[in-house]
Ligand binder design. Structure first.
Ligand code: FAD
Length: 453
């Protein structure tokens, strides 16, 4: 018979690890963390590429420099994480058309202003309806759809990449307008490792060696009742606990990877079904030498193709990793799905064609390519949640509400900061506080106030 622990945490991303840490620090030490993959960090994931460390998932600390300190910025400071300030303000002046032609800056800036106005109008029209998404341009056809490649490109950047000129985003209102790119050899995931090392046993080389962290354990079945939960993993292991905290992504909740007995109530399933997902694909390309303009105002550039979002958003890595000769292009949603499902050689060919359009036929071929695949990852099925703008509150409340002894956490359970690292982190802390309250209530038969953790 399996031994029974107090709490099982499913998933070892930043939310699951933050949740576990709060429990242990509050005296609930008999926990088990079940993680499907062979590593912790989840969507914070580094990869060696072209002689440097790049990020396949989260890359920026978003929201820095405001009145309230971003808790992730504070974690980064504690770990002396190497970061570089990103400046998007010039991206509108770096728009390439075919044959290397850059759009004149006045024209580009003018189009940008028009696009912001039209997006604001679209938003006003949509308020009170249910269909709006953060990238709402795709949810309903705008009255004046962008037509020219320049308009398409600006529309893409505005809606799929940078929304803050259109929407008041709590992250930037609370924490400030700045964004810092993480460029550290240990990766953004070092923050998760640091949190884990704070409460799990480590071997001499700093490696986590604690039987409470179980890697390669894919949770497939959760049986639950008033007396607790029984969790079965793909390899047939069975775990018993009083409570479970589920931190898997909204994409996983929408898939059939985990079955529940009894099944989740209808209100829960409906809420889960309502949340949209955004897919981001980063394509890193390594070159023998640089052929693009460098410098801080040139870090981001756009290619204006007649097909919306087609290899549109580019970044050079020279600020983060001088001399690395690496470019990264970000695709989203439909383009992401398409590229994730084709061989990388095909993607390389497509990207080179675009680069030759921008920089001429004589540029060298990329010598290496790295493509992230979050959509096809059965332990993710998305990059992050994308809530309807207008009916956010009720849906998030339902998504995070416990069902019996199963509690929910993860970036998608954060009302203010869904989609971000700090959203996942704060959600983990919140969920554990709520669970501790419940455990203490149950134990003592009365509410106990949780002192500030
Ligand atoms: P996760 O990190 O996904 O953790 C969930 C864990 O559950 C994973 O480790 C997974 O393997 C595990 N799991 C899944 N299924 C099972 C199962 N059945 N059994 C056991 N374990 C399971 N945020 C920012 O702030 N800035 C950015 O620049 C940024 N860019 C991003 C770019 C990309 C491409 C992506 C993908 C995300 C980006 N994000 C960014 C979002 C950010 O990465 C997430 O919000 C955050 O990391 C989510 O943490 P989490 O703990 O909620 O989920």
């Amino acid at each position: 018979t399996p031994s029974r622990s107090s709490v099982i945490i499913v998933g070892a991303g930043i939310s699951g690890i933050a949740a576990a840490k709060i429990l242990v620090e509050n005296g609930v030490e008999d926990i088990v963390i079940l993680e499907a993959t062979d590593r912790i960090g989840g969507r914070m994931r580094k990869e060696a590429f072209g002689g440097v460390t790049v990020e396949l998932g989260a890359n920026w600390i978003m929201g820095v420099g405001g009145k309230v300190p971003n808790p992730v910025w504070e974690l980064a400071a504690k770990s002396s994480l190497r970061t570089c300030l990103s400046d998007y303000s010039n991206v509108r002046y770096n728009i390439y058309g075919r044959s290397g032609k850059m759009f004149p800056s006045e024209l580009a800036a003018d189009s940008y202003t028009k696009a912001v106005d039209s997006a604001l109008e679209k938003l006003r029209n949509q308020q009170g309806t249910d269909g709006g998404r953060r990238d709402f341009s795709r949810a309903t056809e705008p009255p004046s759809s962008p037509k020219t490649p320049l308009e398409q490109a600006i529309d893409f950047v505005l809606h799929d990449i940078e929304m803050r000129e259109v929407l008041p985003i709590p992250t930037f209102l609370d924490y400030g307008e700045q964004e810092y790119l993480v460029a550290d050899e240990r990766g953004y995931e070092e923050l998760v490792h640091k949190l884990a090392r704070d409460f799990l046993s480590i071997a001499s080389e700093g490696e986590i060696l604690d039987s409470r962290l179980q890697l390669n354990k894919v949770v497939r079945k959760i049986q639950h009742s008033r007396s607790g939960v029984t969790i079965t993993t793909e390899d047939g292991s069975v775990y018993d606990a009083n409570y479970a905290i589920l931190s898997v992504s909204i994409g996983v909740l929408q898939s059939d990877l985990i079955s529940f007995q009894p099944s989740m109530p209808r209100w829960k399933m409906e809420a889960i079904g309502k949340v949209g997902v955004t897919v981001y694909t980063k394509i890193y390309l390594k070159f023998p030498y640089k052929f693009w303009p460098c410098g801080p105002e040139k870090e981001f550039f756009i290619y204006a193709h007649e097909r919306r979002g087609y290899y549109a958003f580019w970044q050079h890595m020279e600020n983060a990793h001088p001399g690395s000769n690496i470019l990264v292009v970000t695709l989203t949603n439909e383009e992401s799905n398409r590229v994730e499902n084709q061989p990388d050689e095909e993607t390389l060919k497509e990207a080179m064609e675009i680069l030759r359009d921008m920089f001429g036929p004589n540029i060298p071929n990329a010598t290496d390519i790295l493509v992230s695949r979050w959509w096809n990852d059965r332990f993710q099925r998305c990059s992050y949640s994308n809530y309807p703008i207008t009916s956010n509150h009720q849906v998030v409340q339902s998504i995070k509400a416990p069902v019996g002894h199963i509690f929910f956490t993860g970036e998608h359970t954060s009302e203010k900061f869904s989609g971000y690292v700090h959203g996942g982190y704060l959600a983990g802390i919140d969920t554990s506080k709520a669970l501790l309250e419940e455990m203490w209530k149950e134990k003592e038969g009365k509410a106990v106030r949780l002192t500030q953790v």
